[in-house]
Design a protein around this ligand. Structure first.
Ligand SMILES: *Cc1c(COP(=O)(O)O)cnc(C)c1O
Length: 412
């Protein structure tokens, strides 16, 4: 039976997270289904940034490092992200980018797991994760091993030569969730450390790093955490590793006493040793402020809505879009699907451009994947309904065939 817009509106009316959407400044006429790439702007952040610029920087000047608490912002922000990823407040720090944090923790993990010669990752992991792994392996004289797709291939590639297993919790292309508990247990059984990339998990999906026994993790601040373009990233190290953890970018803010100006590096106690240099303070304050959105919001409720939006979308796709040659490439089983649904279509690039021209913003991953991200804090069921209706219209009318929609773009 056809699903009606009225049914979508009823789901919105019953949605306990619906009021959170009001806290975002979303542009009129836009259905935003790309919060998995760049989160939306929380309404209160511009005023916070204006205060940081005009008062704290403009008036406070250097005094603001102490008086406005800039110096502790990375630790405070890490502690707030910790709740969202199942970690303790003193196990998460915010610094640098996800790529840089991958480098720090891959090197630290390999060094700490002495005598191990293999850095293990997976084919089709996010490119930056692979590129950093390639360079870490070269730098340390380790060998980089790629596990084939699927859990069995991953477990088969794990043995006692593996120092660090670096993988994404949720696959950026398909949205598949990897079984973190099982993989951590298998890694632990052979003495390998796990390093999880949570870029597509944090803020949208329940993550239980400590319960799973994860060793290390990283993730973006600008996706579901809504920290703004290029927001600093987070890095997690399980407390049991803190004393021995030596990351290679030993900058002064990771020193035990930066303002002693000692000539020799001595790491800060605890998670602060993951810091390197002076943080991009405006970006960090924007991220810290953006996290207010999560106050009083239960991660289980976020996950429940994410699942429901994905299920609703897939039902609509099966009804309305399957006849036009779209196939769902994300897992059908919601238990193993993150907060995005990816569809394959040979004309995916042009179709997505035609949708974006109508204000329906998703993205495209070569060669043929169109991604629709459902950020549960601001996407409504009616948005999902309207997006599928628009996609069906783009197909029915052939609107995607307009030559302007075939023009290549640098960022897809
Ligand atoms: C978005 C994303 C990144 C981005 O890393 P940056 O250093 O912020 O550019 C890394 N890993 C994954 C899995 C991602 O999805």
């Amino acid at each position: 039976m056809a699903i009606t817009r009225q049914q979508a509106a009823v789901l919105d009316a019953d949605d306990e997270l619906a009021p959170v959407r009001e806290r975002f400044a979303l542009p009129a006429g836009v259905i935003y289904l790309d919060g998995n790439s760049l989160g939306a702007l929380p309404r209160h952040v511009p005023a916070r940034l204006a205060r940081a610029i005009e008062d704290e920087w403009g008036q406070g000047l250097i005094r603001s490092w102490n008086d406005a608490g800039w110096i502790d912002a990375a630790r405070r922000t890490g502690a707030r992200i910790a709740r969202l990823i199942g970690a303790a407040a003193d196990e998460v720090s915010v610094a640098d980018s996800t790529s840089v944090n991958l480098f720090k923790l891959m090197v630290a993990g390999m060094r700490q797991n002495r005598g191990r010669t293999v850095l293990l990752t997976q084919h089709r992991n996010f490119p930056t994760d692979l590129y950093i792994a390639q360079s870490v392996a070269e730098l340390l004289g380790a060998s980089l091993r790629y596990a084939g797709p699927g859990d069995d291939a991953l477990l088969a590639a794990l043995d006692r030569s593996v120092g660090v297993l670096a993988l994404s919790h949720i696959d950026y292309r398909s949205g598949r969730i990897q079984p973190m508990h099982e993989i951590c247990a298998a890694a632990r059984a052979v003495g390998a450390f796990t390093l999880w990339d949570l870029s597509h998990s944090a803020g949208a999906t329940e993550v239980a790093l400590d319960a799973a026994g994860a060793d290390f993790a990283v993730g973006c601040g600008y996706k579901y955490l809504n920290g703004g373009p290029g927001a600093p990233a987070f890095a997690f190290a399980a407390r049991r590793h803190h004393d021995r953890l030596r990351q290679p970018l030993s900058g002064w803010l990771g020193h035990e006493q930066p303002f002693a100006f000692a000539e020799t590096f001595a790491p800060a106690p605890g998670i602060d040793r993951l810091q390197c240099g002076t943080p991009p303070m405006l970006s960090l304050l924007a991220l810290e402020s953006a996290l207010d959105i999560f106050d009083g919001v239960d991660v289980a409720a976020i996950r429940a809505k994410s699942v429901a939006l994905g299920e609703f979308f897939i039902r609509l796709v099966n009804n309305e879009l399957a006849p036009f040659g779209f196939t769902v490439v994300s897992p059908r089983d919601a238990a193993t699907r993150g907060s995005q649904v990816s569809l394959a279509h040979a004309q995916g690039f042009s179709i997505m451009q035609a949708l974006i021209a109508r204000g329906i913003i998703g993205d495209f991953r070569a060669p043929d994947i169109v991604r629709f991200g459902f950020a549960p804090l601001y996407v409504r069921y009616v948005d999902v309904f309207d997006a599928v209706e628009a996609a069906a219209d783009v197909m029915r009318t052939g609107a995607w065939k307009e030559p302007r929609f075939a023009a290549p773009k640098t960022v897809t």
